[in-house]
Design a protein around this ligand. Sequence first.
Ligand SMILES: *[C@@H]1O[C@H](CO)[C@@H](O)[C@H](O)[C@H]1NC(C)=O
Ligand SMILES: *[C@@H]1O[C@H](CO)[C@@H](O)[C@H](O)[C@H]1NC(C)=O
Ligand SMILES: *[C@@H]1O[C@H](CO)[C@@H](O)[C@H](O)[C@H]1NC(C)=O
Ligand SMILES: *[C@@H]1O[C@H](CO)[C@@H](O)[C@H](O)[C@H]1NC(C)=O
Ligand SMILES: *[C@@H]1O[C@H](CO)[C@@H](O)[C@H](O)[C@H]1NC(C)=O
Ligand SMILES: *[C@@H]1O[C@H](CO)[C@@H](O)[C@H](O)[C@H]1NC(C)=O
Ligand SMILES: *[C@@H]1O[C@H](CO)[C@@H](O)[C@H](O)[C@H]1NC(C)=O
Length: 683
Amino acid sequence: LSRITVSLSQGENQIFLGFLEWRALTPSSIARLGKETCMYLRVPLANRNPQRAPLLQMGYANPDQVGGGLLSRLYSRAFIVAEPQGSRRVVFVSADIGMVSQRVRLEVLKQLRSKYGELYRQDNVILSGTHTHSGPGGYFQYTLFWITSKGLVQPALKSIVNGIVKSIDIAHENMKKGRLFINRGTVENSQINRSPFSYLANPESERNRYSSNTDKEMVLLKMVDEDGHELGLISWFAVHPVSMNNSNHLVNSDNMGYASYLFEQEKNKGMLPGEGSFVAAFASSNLGDVSPNTRGPFCTNTGESCDNPQSTCPIGGAAMCMAKGPGKDMFESTRIIGQNIYLKAKVQTCKPALGHSFAAGTIDGVGAFNFTQGSVEGDPFWDQIRDQLLGEPSNETKACHKPKPILFNTGEMTWPHPWHPDIVDVQIAAIGSLAILAVPGEFTTMSGRRLREAVQSEFDSHGTPGMNVVIAGLCNVYTHYISTYEEYQLQRYEAASTIYGPHTLSAYIQLYRGLAKAIALNGTRELSPGPEPPFFNVTSLTLLPSLSTESAPAGKTFGDVLEEVRQEYREVRGEVAEVTFVGANPRNSAENTHNFLTVERYSNISSSWRVVLNDASWDTRFYWSKGSRGQSNVTIEWHIPAGTEPGVYRLRYFGHYKKRATLVRVISVPFEGSSSAFQITAP
Ligand SMILES: *[C@@H]1O[C@H](CO)[C@@H](O)[C@H](O)[C@H]1NC(C)=O
Ligand SMILES: *[C@@H]1O[C@H](CO)[C@@H](O)[C@H](O)[C@H]1NC(C)=O
Ligand SMILES: *[C@@H]1O[C@H](CO)[C@@H](O)[C@H](O)[C@H]1NC(C)=O
Ligand SMILES: *[C@@H]1O[C@H](CO)[C@@H](O)[C@H](O)[C@H]1NC(C)=O
Ligand SMILES: *[C@@H]1O[C@H](CO)[C@@H](O)[C@H](O)[C@H]1NC(C)=O
Ligand SMILES: *[C@@H]1O[C@H](CO)[C@@H](O)[C@H](O)[C@H]1NC(C)=O
Ligand SMILES: *[C@@H]1O[C@H](CO)[C@@H](O)[C@H](O)[C@H]1NC(C)=O
């Protein structure tokens, strides 16, 4: 795509930008910067926020999906845009997690307040999750989410909050004057609509205005310093990061994270992942009904298509119906989708109640117990269990959610804490002509289009035409899905998970219009900030076992090699160097920045080992397998890519084991291990 980038707004010698703001059921102070203000741009530094085994993973609601190692790291990427003298600024964070929970947001805001006073507040901080389904769970204060993550897991919550705050700190310290550019383009071959039958329920006249049942457009914001050096970018594109399917046990950032990885590796040449100043965030958008598994749904037992309204198979039912990605396995699918997204961005920069179908899951990760999508009838069996265990929904709630049969009556359940939020943040940040709509969940394709259009026309009719409106998904608090009224009637997964009922979208449209108008009128209309969300006094309520002391097999110690590498590998695709160590629980290594492994190459010139890859590198995989009597193994794999420089290499492992120091105190002791040196030869 050779179209040149467009500057947002132009001052005399510099490009100046504005921004601002929004929030809370009704928006607060709004401002739109004039051309006279200079922009300071901060740039970001990717921050390490690795989460690790064996916290349960958040996304597929599959209790068997326990972390068992690491494929790539999870990062928080922060960007701050501000006026030079004025106090107005906005923070945008894209974090490699499933979604931002209200708990995470409240704790981040609390830390920011104690560090920066009133500089970073609820009204100028947007926190967005990329929606990877292969990250940790356990960071929610609302009870529904505790089912699959076994409660509130303090270490997971803490490392997410600390990682996000740290990335904002780094951004804050590195602010520079600069310019912003915006661009758009379409990404092909990377998505399908996973609820096409719901999409078809939208009016034909509306559908005819679009060539596809998914949004193919990518919006890109590029940051450049005064000397023209590229500092970073944010890209928004609507696709679920579910290329890694629900059988995966390795923590990773999925297709969007892989796009970031490729971009940052390209710009920070010669650096290890996580190093270098260029930061590329690939953030989520209206991905509600959008799957990356482009080959579509097939029955895993018989191989026939299950592209039907219920997504079920003749034999085995809904549990057998899974969509497949473009690749031969989930790793290759992740690579292909991530690469497509990366390549588009790269080209451009050169110049509360859940329905039965909620439990059915989607073709990207089926649910349990044979629930099917498209349920508009309740099931007497499950209804009875629901009534006895959880209480029957009130007649009022039942009527309000029609035609959704209510499975979890979360809005009326309060034990031990409420199950779903009833105070929700809505937020718009305007940076020059870019309006970022921070939405609290997963908008479907058509919901997103309606919202964007409504906001755009609000800007148009209040003297601010030509705004670029983009949806930033999974922001600030998680409220599941937002489908259109028509899609809602079909009660597939996305509709069953539209927790505030059939008019959820209309309500949001009204709120975001109000925010847009206030921004367009430059704060001349006062908006009340709305009520504060509650902060529940849940410190730790977890069923996850606490860590106890560990041991090595007889005659061995932590870090000893159990299975050695071969002496020699050829530099061809498909070769995997592999070593197994006496290991320890990765949760013991609690520092956010801890690196679990290195691939090192011997240099004859300096007679020393040089690190060429780390645990965030795509070609390395770290597996942890737990045995009995406090013993466990760690296996490190290096999938040697074609083009690897021949030479002498070794694989190293860094961990901590738990040891009893006194009768009552258990401590973490660091250790390391190394494979033998091995040779990589030309093919
Ligand atoms: C918008 O409002 C701010 C203060 O609220 C003011 O400084 C600025 O000049 C206004 N801009 C325009 C374009 O009216
Ligand atoms: C689910 O339903 C299918 C067909 O509707 C049936 O063949 C299968 O045995 C059921 N599975 C379970 C676990 O009940
Ligand atoms: C997930 O992908 C792997 C290949 O990477 C495949 O073997 C497995 O069957 C898939 N799981 C499901 C549930 O489709
Ligand atoms: C709910 O409606 C049903 C049927 O209309 C009625 O029998 C029942 O008493 C109502 N329950 C309440 C609590 O009003
Ligand atoms: C929170 O609960 C703990 C114990 O359950 C209690 O000790 C503490 O005082 C409570 N904190 C607040 C702020 O209520
Ligand atoms: C480096 O040293 C090894 C062992 O001494 C030798 O086999 C190899 O040829 C040397 N490589 C280079 C590039 O000098
Ligand atoms: C660890 O590795 C050893 C040697 O390969 C093997 O015998 C043992 O079963 C492994 N233990 C676990 C928990 O994977």
